[in-house]
Design a protein around this ligand. Sequence first.
Ligand code: FAD
Length: 475
Amino acid sequence: MEQASYPTVILGGGFAGLFTALHLSHQNDSHPIILIEQRDRFSFKPLLYELLSGELHSEQVYPRYKELLAGSRVTFVQDTVKSIDLHQRRVIVASGKVFDYSNLVLALGSRTTYFNTPGAAEYAMPFTSGEEAIALRKHLRNRLHLAIQTQDPKRRRLLLSVAIIGAGPAGIELACTLADLLPIWYDELGGDADEVRVVLVNRSREILKGDVNSHLRCTAQRALKRRVIPVDFLFDAAVTKIQADGVEYRQHDQTRVLQAGTIAWTAGTSPNPLLMELPILVERRDKRGRLMVTPTLQLPDFPEVFASGDCATDSDNPQPPTAQVAYQHGRAIAHNLKHIREGKPAIPVQIQMRGTLMKLGLNESVANLFNKVQIKGQPGHFIREATYLELLPNRAHNRKVTTEWLTDELFQRHRPFSHMQLGQTPWLSGVATLAAGLILATPLIWRAATPMQFQQTLGWTGLPMLLDQLATPSR
Ligand SMILES: Cc1cc2nc3c(=O)[nH]c(=O)nc-3n(C[C@H](O)[C@H](O)[C@H](O)COP(=O)(O)OP(=O)(O)OC[C@H]3O[C@@H](n4cnc5c(N)ncnc54)[C@H](O)[C@@H]3O)c2cc1C
């Protein structure tokens, strides 16, 4: 077969890979597209907290690829990539199948790293996929059920203590969510909610250090203290070992142990190990091992290969590893592949970093618009969820999910926290929030349902452009 007639093969169906595939599929072209992904469901990572808490259900934030890709030109292969031969232009998967390609898109994301901390891989629970969010939920439920049956107060305290390692955005969002959620779950079982403890463990004194959200530090710090049970901080603590029921750490030259029945790990990621096996020189990688790409997202020595999302870095224009960047990479790669097939030059990618969003508890978020305005509390929560739901990959799926979400918000259906109130919303403020929700959600639904009409009718107001800019927020 002629090399050019081989398919475009995309490895990894996260934000970068899935969106490359969907954008390619929308092009007026018949070139075959193969997406190879190890899982059967897409994890919408920014909304994993909602999957854990039950605020959103799995069809909304953990949909099957089969559903997302229905009606598209993408051939979905559920398998694990085992080796990539850049010279032979060939990929081999676990089942033994071989895929030759004309173009390859590397979108394999990153992995949790435990920095060789003894016991971490065995006893700490990662939080990076739908599967892991569901596993953490089951584990926490189990701990609460055991606690309610336990007479020994010391043992009960251990079962009810959660340690979260890492005070980056994921650690903070998880801590805020659990500090609202666990007291409610425990109260529903008949337990004393005040016995629940959530501890945020961090190597340095600073939270959100070096993160795109670092300017939200004060807001996050305040939110951590204002949960149903305030989050405890254990800072300047270098974790040295994870045990079945505790975290050993070094602080002020002393070794101590924090007893905890649940240990969640959000402290670090490293590039996918398959990238390390590629014949790419160290000079063509950053210090974490991510692949350096040209401004058009191609590998300098293998221009038929694109790298994207958490796998890639452009040394002239480095970007944080976020969904917003991965999503834009996907769109740009699809565009450049089209150009290449038409014999035109590939175009450098312009990444636009927009506002940031953080979940700071149940029904509470901060939306940081263009780094200028912070919208907090329930209105922030509406903006965050509506913005993310609008970003969901497939338009039919998106419309269904957005409508379900709005119904849930307005009529409080599927709420996981019915009888213990979260900061009891006064009646008037509830009405105001509802009104804000309606005002915010209506254009989003209209835009999702009939984008052309929305653009034509409201183009003059600047709202479509504002929503476009908000539609791909970072962490
Ligand atoms: C808890 C959490 C919250 C986050 N919140 C935000 C947020 O609010 N905003 C934001 O912008 N970013 C957020 N991020 C970061 C963001 O999700 C990532 O930067 C983004 O997902 C990167 O996209 P990607 O496509 O490069 O990789 P991924 O989305 O990780 O996708 C990689 C895919 O490759 C697949 N894969 C890996 N190895 C193989 C293999 N050998 N064979 C086959 N398939 C394979 C994986 O299963 C996965 O589906 C968050 C991340 C986490 C973990």
